[in-house]
Design a protein around this ligand. Structure first.
Ligand code: DI6
Ligand code: FE
Length: 401
């Protein structure tokens, strides 16, 4: 069905940068954008439906490019412990932290995981998220990583959202492999990744490169296997210390390196040359009360593309609002509202390998967009979360949550 959406202004993000069209119109057909431009330049169109957007500001549908939305249990008890002064590392040493979510996730059925993740994902969708990445990484064995990835696929079948799955089997060392990290990496490479990829459950491969997780050499083994399987890679890097995981990711042409508080200028240069997107996660920075800021000047100076995401997870970022991340990206990391918007649209699409089809409003791209009743695009970063009046269009059809 051809639809004409008119009486709006659009932040198109076309041409790879923040760009706007005032007094615009959009024509959608078969789920894609057929025409977009100033209303005055629109020639008569044979539309079956005409929608008046009432002067709204239209942006691309929001893209949350880094989430761990599927998990069992929650860790609000650990939150209380940390408020009493116990550190994240101490909690992990007592068997809490990621290990406690692994226990809860292994104990949960696929349907239980689906039910709890659905609520979290719906919270994101209500705010205008139309594309989302979901990682595994709390199963840490073949059956449980498969269970998590299947839940992510099922969410995509039942909800109006595009979901990219990422296998993060190299997230933490499972208890049964204590002291045998290299053996676990061998299991990931020789059994888990090939099996999960063959089942069509994996769109990308990620790992956690950190002293309390895996070394650059171990991550590289995972990346080499991913290449062999034809899968793109991403990396959690430089969150708590500098191991130059982001340079390693760049050498392997990763789609993104994520967190990055402790990255160096050399890492930024390597990422810029490789086109690896920097995914910043202000929710985790805030929730862990970190003080080391990502090197924003170096990222900008070398032209690294910056994305912003929720990192929705039970331990370090129980964030249910991507729009709140726009505000935190500006307030905590000093992004401009324009950079923040690019971070949850254009650059987030690139971080998922979807830059050709998603993330900006241009002819031929998918017709995923949000019509916000706001005065200026900066209002999206100004309000700290909360429900803004909006209409959500996915694949050319208005949806309600
Ligand atoms: N970095 C994080 O912030 C999360 N995972 C990761 O690699 C933490 C996940 C958790 O604590 O459950
Ligand atoms: Fe993460």
């Amino acid at each position: 069905m051809r639809t004409l959406w008119q009486h709006c202004h659009v932040a198109t993000m076309a041409g790879g940068r923040y760009s706007i069209i005032e007094d615009a119109a959009i024509v959608t057909q078969a789920g894609s954008i057929e025409w977009i431009g100033p209303q005055a330049e629109l020639s008569p169109v044979d539309a079956e439906r005409v929608v008046d957007l009432g002067g709204a500001w239209v942006t691309p549908g929001l893209i949350d490019c880094h989430t761990h939305a599927v998990f069992g249990g929650n860790r609000s008890g650990e939150f209380e412990q940390r408020l009493q002064g116990v550190s994240y590392a101490e909690i992990a040493a007592q068997g809490g932290g990621i290990a406690s979510t692994v226990r809860a996730t292994r104990a949960a059925s696929e349907d239980d995981l689906l039910a709890s993740a659905r609520q979290r994902v719906l919270a994101l969708l209500r705010e205008g998220v139309t594309t989302l990445e979901i990682k595994s990484g709390y199963g840490l064995d073949l059956a449980n990583e498969r269970k998590m990835l299947r839940v992510a696929r099922r969410l995509a079948e039942e909800l109006p959202v595009t979901i990219r799955t990422t296998c993060l089997a190299a997230h933490a060392l499972p208890p049964e492999y204590a002291g045998r990290a290299d053996d676990y990496i061998a299991l990931v490479c020789e059994q888990m990744l090939p099996a999960l990829a063959a089942e069509g459950l994996v769109d990308a491969v990620d790992a956690f490169c950190e002293h309390l997780a895996f070394s650059p050499a171990q991550v590289e083994r995972v990346f080499l296997k991913a290449h062999e399987l034809g899968l793109p890679v991403k990396l959690h890097a430089e969150q708590l210390s500098s191991l130059h995981g982001s340079s390693l990711a760049a050498r392997h042409h990763a789609l993104s390196a994520d967190h990055l508080e402790f990255m160096t200028e050399e890492d930024a240069i390597a990422m810029a040359e490789a086109g690896t997107v920097a995914v910043l996660l202000p929710g985790a920075f805030y929730f862990l009360r970190e003080t080391q800021l990502p090197p924003m000047d170096a990222l900008r100076r070398h032209g690294v593309k910056i994305a912003l995401s929720s990192d929705l997870n039970p331990g370090t970022s129980p964030v249910l609002s991507l729009r709140l991340m726009l505000n935190m990206g500006c307030t905590l990391f000093r992004l401009t509202p324009e950079e923040a918007l690019a971070g949850v649209t254009l650059h987030a699409a690139m971080a998922l390998g979807l830059g050709d089809s998603h993330g900006s409003l241009e002819v031929g791209k998918v017709a995923d967009f949000i019509a916000w009743q706001i005065d200026r695009p900066a209002d999206l970063a100004y309000w700290l979360g909360g429900e803004l009046p909006r209409r959500i269009v996915r694949l050319g059809h208005e949806i309600s949550h």
